[in-house]
Design a protein around this ligand. Structure first.
Ligand code: IMP
Length: 429
């Protein structure tokens, strides 16, 4: 297996956790490169559900090294909680199988507070963030006042940087948001304590990964969120604050682009979105509950109900383009099992024009009406099927249509939450 990047090709929640879990068995290193604890990657093993927010999904496999790269917005509290939860479920988590980049930026309580206050102030233009402090943390990084893991390890550095940041943030809280400030003493003491607990995991992950590449080790890069939430290529401003596309794997780890051999895009057999922003193929209200309940479409991080809609080939074609996707994994095909008719969006109608590509202007997107191609449903259970040939005729037809529209082969089809509920399409017999 070469070095593979797995990206979400819709608005996140495509089922990347399960796909990573499957591919992880062939990898030596599994690496998160962006996002933070806003992500929620679900893996189900023998009926036990694991939801991973910061730690790569590969942690569930023995003998693998998991890496949290420099591009991740690192929340020490969430991290330590996750380590404890995994240990309590019998998963081994030590400095030998988990390394955190010293260059990752750290989330502080003032980032979370600012995230919430800013959202509340925005009123109708709210983004619907996860309120995990992601945007404010990345904003500090780009403003060059962020605090990195390596600063956390040095009490003098931490004191100086934290003093400056808290003074600035408290001014904002008081004068702009009419809210109480945060306490330097409390945060400093709390983060000194976190630093001591985190220290064993900290390392130079850029060197570790580049050394691994030299030794021909296999690396799996685990993207979080999805392409349409990418800060540059998504439905800006209704996006997250990191590079969720395949290019983010280089920036968020310090490996060069020539070391990436393959990009796998993960899509649901339909579409979902959490939070605000345009969603051209969103279902009318009568269909939403049917799919939401069957697909358990509630956020793994916030529990919020997800918005649901038909598969949008314009969205995924955009993702194929900006990520250079080589192969597609389709998840949750079984959720459509009872649908008598299934639509695929094949274009947008905007005033007198027809769009065959994804428009970057959300004002245009808000006015776009989807053009649908209707497909007959298969009305049969698919969740025990192991081979493509055994799928109902109309399910095969649906997948073949997606493949043709996207111009990319589909290699993995997931028909249930368990590890074994998977079909490899085109795999050598
Ligand atoms: P933030 O990342 O918390 O700033 O949220 C920005 C937008 O991205 C909101 O619409 C969130 O709902 C969405 N978002 C963030 N993380 C995820 C995710 O892991 N899955 C799906 N949506 C996400």
């Amino acid at each position: 297996m070469p070095n593979i990047v797995v990206v979400g090709a819709q608005w996140g929640d495509e089922g990347k956790g399960k796909i990573i879990d499957i591919l992880a068995s062939d990898a030596n290193y599994i690496v998160r490169y962006q996002g933070g604890s806003n992500a929620g990657h679900t893996v189900v093993l023998k009926g036990k559900e694991f939801i991973l927010h910061l730690i790569p999904s590969g942690i569930l496999h023995r003998g693998k090294v998991c890496i949290i790269g420099n591009g991740v917005a690192f929340d020490p509290m969430a991290f330590l909680e996750e380590v404890e939860t995994l240990k309590s479920k019998g998963i081994d988590v030590t400095k030998r199988n988990l390394v955190l980049s010293e260059k990752a930026h750290v989330i502080f309580p003032y980032h979370k507070k600012l995230d919430s206050l800013r959202e509340a102030k925005k009123g109708t233009t709210t983004i619907g963030t996860t309120k995990r402090g992601i945007g404010p943390c990345y904003a500090d990084k780009v403003s060059r006042c962020g605090i990195r893991v390596l600063d956390l390890m040095d009490s003098k550095n931490l004191r100086e940087k934290l003093k400056f940041n808290i003074k600035e943030k408290n001014t904002l809280f008081k004068y702009l948001y009419n809210s109480d400030g945060v306490s330097f003493d409390e945060i400093y003491a709390q983060y000194r304590d976190y630093a001591n607990q985190i220290r064993p995991f900290v390392g130079n992950t850029t060197i570790i990964l580049n050394e691994a590449i030299k030794k021909n080790k296999r690396i799996l890069f685990e993207g979080a969120q999805g392409t349409l939430l990418d800060i540059d290529h998504g439905t800006y401003p209704f996006v997250t604050s990191s590079s969720a596309t395949s290019g983010g794997a280089c920036i968020g780890t310090g490996i060069g682009p020539t070391h990436i051999d393959k990009v796998i895009g993960v899509v649901k057999a339909y579409t979902t979105r959490v939070g605000e922003g345009p969603f051209p193929t969103e279902f009318p209200s009568d269909l939403i509950n049917k799919i939401r309940n069957r697909g358990k479409e509630f956020g793994a991080t916030t529990g919020r109900p997800r918005r649901c809609g038909w598969f949008d080939s314009i969205v995924v074609k955009h993702s194929v383009l900006v990520n250079a996707i080589d192969e597609i994994a389709v998840t949750k095909l079984d959720v459509l099992d009872q649908m008598p008719k299934i639509n695929i969006c094949v274009g947008y109608k905007y005033r007198n024009k027809v769009y065959k590509f994804f428009p970057p202007d959300i004002n245009v997107l808000n006015e776009c009406r989807p053009i649908y191609q209707a497909h007959p449903g298969w009305l049969k259970d698919t969740n025990q099927i192991k081979k493509f040939e055994d799928l109902p005729y109309n399910a095969k037809r649906y997948l073949n249509t997606l493949k043709k529209l996207l111009g990319v082969k589909i290699t993995i089809i997931s028909v249930g939450s368990e590890r074994g509920q998977i079909i490899r399409w085109g795999a050598k017999k």
